[in-house]
Design a protein around this ligand. Structure first.
Ligand SMILES: Cc1cc2nc3c(=O)[nH]c(=O)nc-3n(C[C@H](O)[C@H](O)[C@H](O)COP(=O)(O)O)c2cc1C
Length: 310
């Protein structure tokens, strides 16, 4: 309970003090942001993707701003799970906030290895399995764009952990609800969406793609209507909670995702514009509930559905 509004929500076994999380890859492990944000005011910190061995990431340029959103092709750069546990996780363990670790791999075995390693860490509250990164050749989105492949990864990681298992889906598919049902059937406790949309920018002066890899992932407010639509579709298709993200910059955006059916939300690209965005969303959501006489933020979930309503 915070103020007059009950801001708590539940994702699997995870009790969050409010529904606002950080989106993986846009907040590091929270260390740099801690000088701007009191992490204990957030629902959870979601870390950058962690793999079994260190990944160097892609060649630059790997970020470009377009008039309608940001394109990135970072390529899941990270120090590997051992280094992550020694440094970032050890630091995060001392913060008063649930920690969700984003898990990536090139193969099912790699996803399982990272999951098993993190399962042993008490400081990890939940795992978010990223089968949706568009910026790697093997792994990532390859698993998230077909039902059998998505199901195979989730089946394997589900056997490797009893922690709350969140599966992060790619919007780069024809039928998002079908993939969501496939991962729910394998034991996912929650579904987060969306990851970035595949995009491209070409420099008309050099007549070459701007990003070294050509394609990248589009994020920011430009993708919000697509993400809200997918949250709506998935939340109506599955019984597990949905975590919504894609262009959330303020409390109005967050409320929109919750009304579409998200139980929690994550703030991503907005962190690059304003490092205090996450707390702004927490404060604003509480005010929104107060202004509308909503006693529990959870009452917003799916309230825009035709059969519901507040
Ligand atoms: C620079 C950058 C790095 C990202 N890295 C990851 C990652 O490691 N794992 C992951 O699941 N998503 C990653 N994402 C996707 C975000 O978590 C989020 O799903 C997406 O950006 C949409 O939200 P937004 O529009 O609020 O940024 C990354 C996004 C950006 C912009």
């Amino acid at each position: 309970m915070s103020g007059r509004v009950d801001m708590g929500v539940r994702i699997g076994e995870l009790e969050l003090r409010n529904p606002v999380m950080t989106a993986s890859g846009t907040f590091g492990s929270g260390r740099e942001y801690a000088q701007f944000v009191d992490l204990s005011r957030l629902g959870a910190v979601v870390t950058k993707g962690v793999s079994v061995d260190s990944w160097a990431g892609n060649e630059g340029p790997r970020i470009v701003e377009t008039p309608s959103g940001m394109l990135n092709s970072i390529g899941l750069q990270n120090p590997g799970v051992e280094q992550f546990c020694e440094n970032d996780l050890a630091w995060l363990a001392g913060q008063d906030v649930p920690v969700v670790v984003n898990v990536v791999g090139h193969s099912v075995d790699e996803y399982v290895a990272v999951t098993e390693r993190l399962d042993a860490e008490a400081a990890v509250s939940a795992l978010e399995v990223n089968i949706s990164c568009p910026n790697v050749d093997a792994g990532g989105m390859v698993f998230g764009t077909s039902c059998p492949a998505a199901a195979e990864v989730v089946r394997a990681v589900r056997r490797a952990t009893r922690k709350t298992l969140i599966v992060k889906l790619s919007p780069n598919v024809t039928d998002i609800a079908e993939i969501a049902r496939a991962v729910e059937a394998q034991g996912a406790d929650a579904i987060s969406l969306v990851n970035t949309l595949l995009g491209m920018a070409i420099d008309t002066r050099t007549r070459r793609p701007v990003l070294a890899r050509g394609f990248g992932g589009l994020s920011g407010p430009a993708i919000r209507p697509v993400a809200v639509r997918m949250v709506w579709q998935v939340a109506r298709a599955v019984d597990v909670p949905v975590i919504g993200m894609g262009g959330i910059t303020d409390a109005r955006d967050a409320a929109e995702f919750m009304l579409a059916g998200a139980t929690a939300v994550a703030v991503g690209t907005a962190n690059f514009m304003d490092p205090t965005s996450t707390v702004g969303v927490v404060v604003g959501l509480e005010r929104y509930c107060e202004a509308h006489g909503i006693e529990r933020v959870a009452h917003l979930v799916g309230a825009a559905w035709p059969e519901k309503g507040l």
